[in-house]
Design a protein around this ligand. Structure first.
Ligand code: ADP
Ligand code: MG
Length: 138
């Protein structure tokens, strides 16, 4: 059993499609074991995405992530990290596989609907970035 951190990004929250994203998550067999709607501060977004601080898109990434509320959630299941990356689809929706969340809903590479941890190690850091153990219900 693994846990991974998912974020339903501002583009999805503002379009009122968080339920549709959650349906795809649930249909995959992953279980939502924690979930909350929050508004990220620039400081939080910068810290969360620290690995990208030298990239050209960093400033706009932080701006976009703070432009509206997001849904942060913990997903649990067998092979949850890789499984969620698979159903999310590629970062760039133009090349994402048919049937993935990003292919279905993303507007562009910078408004790509969801975040998912990229490794078990990232997942541990990212889950504890947003949730205490008391907030995770199995
Ligand atoms: P992923 O979210 O698939 O793990 P990355 O960790 O590489 O992708 O990038 C983090 C986020 O930064 C992406 O989801 C996307 O929102 C944004 N991003 C990545 N690459 C670009 C790019 N070339 N231009 C604009 N935004 C980007
Ligand atoms: Mg990433």
């Amino acid at each position: 059993m693994e846990r991974t951190l998912s974020i339903i990004k501002p583009d999805a929250v503002t379009r009122n499609i968080t339920g549709k994203v959650n349906s795809m998550i649930e249909e995959s067999g992953l279980k939502i074991v924690a979930q909350k709607l929050i508004r990220l501060t620039p400081k939080q977004a910068e810290e969360f995405y620290a690995e990208h601080k030298d990239k050209a898109f960093f400033t706009s990434l932080v701006e976009i992530m703070c432009s509206a509320p997001v849904v942060v959630q913990v997903l649990q299941g067998e092979d949850a990290v890789a499984k969620y990356r698979k159903i999310m689809g590629a970062t760039n929706p133009a090349v994402a596989e048919e049937g993935t969340i990003r292919k279905t809903f993303a507007l562009s590479i910078d408004r790509n609907t969801v975040h998912g941890s990229d490794s078990l190690e990232s997942a541990k850091r990212e889950v504890s970035f947003f949730f205490s153990n008391l907030e995770i219900c199995e």
